[in-house]
Design a protein around this ligand. Structure first.
Ligand code: ZN
Length: 125
């Protein structure tokens, strides 16, 4: 198969919407886990945050969350862009050479916006 058919497109779209839900869920989980937002931590653990070790742990936990959040926000952006391209009927077209992207690549990586050839060329640079 070299052309993206409607059935495959629908499958990809359903997958993207599902992934979007998951990303949004993960994002809300992270903000709840944010150590700076936990209530009553200081009353339960009065020394938490005073010792250098605990400070470091708190900071690394926070940094990890920020990093994960960034990754999730990036994937959310990719998913939204892919859905936007679907709405405009531009989905599956390489943004560099404007040729159709191999459907197999799209199934494997639904947020892909460039064909393998262009991607490989860009990575080689
Ligand atoms: Zn291309």
């Amino acid at each position: 198969m070299n052309e993206l058919d409607q059935q495959t497109l629908d499958q990809i779209k359903a997958g993207l919407l599902k992934e979007r839900d998951q990303v949004l869920k993960d994002l809300s989980d992270i903000s709840q886990k944010d150590p700076h937002e936990t209530e009553n931590r200081s009353s339960k653990f009065p020394e938490y945050g005073d010792k250098p070790d605990e400070n470091a742990q708190e900071i690394s936990e926070y940094t990890a969350n920020v990093a994960t959040e960034k990754v999730l926000e990036d994937s959310l952006k990719d998913i939204d862009n892919a859905l936007k391209r679907m709405e405009k009927g531009e989905y599956g077209i390489c943004k560099y050479c404007h040729k159709p992207i191999n459907p197999k690549r799209l199934v494997a990586r639904p947020t892909a916006s460039s064909c393998i050839e262009c991607k490989t060329e860009l990575q080689a640079e």
